[in-house]
Design a protein around this ligand. Sequence first.
Ligand SMILES: C/C(=C\C(=O)O)C(=O)SCCNC(=O)CCNC(=O)[C@H](O)C(C)(C)COP(=O)(O)OP(=O)(O)OC[C@H]1O[C@@H](n2cnc3c(N)ncnc32)[C@H](O)[C@@H]1OP(=O)(O)O
Length: 382
Amino acid sequence: MTRESRRDSETGSGERPIEWTDPDTFARALERAETREKGNCFEDFAEGDLLEHDPGLTLTRWGNESWMSQTLNHDPAYWRSDAAAERGFDEPPIHPDYLTAATLGITVEDLSEKGGYFLGRTDVRFPGTPVYAGTELRVESEVVSRATSSSRPEFGIVTWRTRGKDAATGEVLCSYERTNMIPRREPVATDGSGAATAESDGGDDGDGDGDGDGDEPTLPEAFVTPAGGYFEDFVDALETAEGCDAAVAYRHERGRTQDDVTVASLPLATLNTAKQHHNVDVMADSPSGDIVTYGDVTRSTALGHARSDERTWREVGFDDEQFHTFVAPGDTVYAFTRVLSAENDASIDAAGTVRFEHIAFTQDDDPVYSGTRTAEIRKRTD
Ligand SMILES: C/C(=C\C(=O)O)C(=O)SCCNC(=O)CCNC(=O)[C@H](O)C(C)(C)COP(=O)(O)OP(=O)(O)OC[C@H]1O[C@@H](n2cnc3c(N)ncnc32)[C@H](O)[C@@H]1OP(=O)(O)O
């Protein structure tokens, strides 16, 4: 007799056959069975906690190319060895967007699998780049802060500092600070009046300028479009706009409709276990009513559109990233860019540093992502 069956007979259940496949019996069994839950709630995080995430990922060319092809990031340096060599890489490297998405994907099981909203990310940097295929990624996160959400008592707001490291050397390859709304096990007590929200909103009239005067937010008189994608083109466009009521801002033509690959396959390939991206059954009862696109797919797609209109040399970093609403299967992701500045201070003479503000938006013109990006852009050689 095995230890298991001895315990069964001691408790009286023995090996009595149970008709699990009888639909009625099984439905009653499911009602009574406890669910072994995944993920952590807001109460599980304490400021200063360090979480070493179990999942690891070997950054492969396959993973990189799947991500880059599907998000329309077709920069030849990440595909062709001669183009990579010309850009100072030993071989086509792992792209910073895929590295960022893989770093975040691995953290989801511990940080956000319970659900909630991906509110924002900032200070995304790549101290250890370039990174090449074959590198094994190990990721850790530190709880930076916890806050109460005054608008949603059933959630709390948590910020983590996450570092994706080369498992072999410990070198930090990708680092950022990310903020999510995380479900609470117990909602905080309110009087149910919603008064906290009303009091805390400062009387803003909702027009986006925060002044409560009901005005439409103003736009500059003119939009200037750069003549090309080189550093000098951005400098010239900024000079044209200077001193006038103008901004260097333009939209990109390409769009990418969200399908099974972008919504479910790409996040799962980064070991992102968020049900938002692959469990239609559960998501049918959520505010979106459907599975939704991984925020990193949305932003990488928009950035791919933007990069197709510029001569990128290196990605430097990303700040003030926000995810404004959901993107669902069938939605099309477009991009809009504003050029903020262009400085002649890049790591090589053949490039300059440009700061962009990128907006991802849908076919309904709804902004879904916004953030700033700093990149080194090549200068003209002729
Ligand atoms: C990886 C991943 C999931 C995962 O991770 O596993 C994914 O890819 S999943 C798909 C990605 N897509 C989304 O998930 C869309 C999320 N988006 C929305 O659906 C709406 O945007 C909203 C419903 C969340 C908000 O809508 P909204 O209520 O109109 O928004 P706000 O009032 O601006 O923010 C509410 C409260 O969050 C505070 N807050 C905002 N931003 C920050 C910040 N950066 N830092 C600290 N606090 C912040 C704010 O201060 C307010 O706090 P209070 O509750 O105290 O007022």
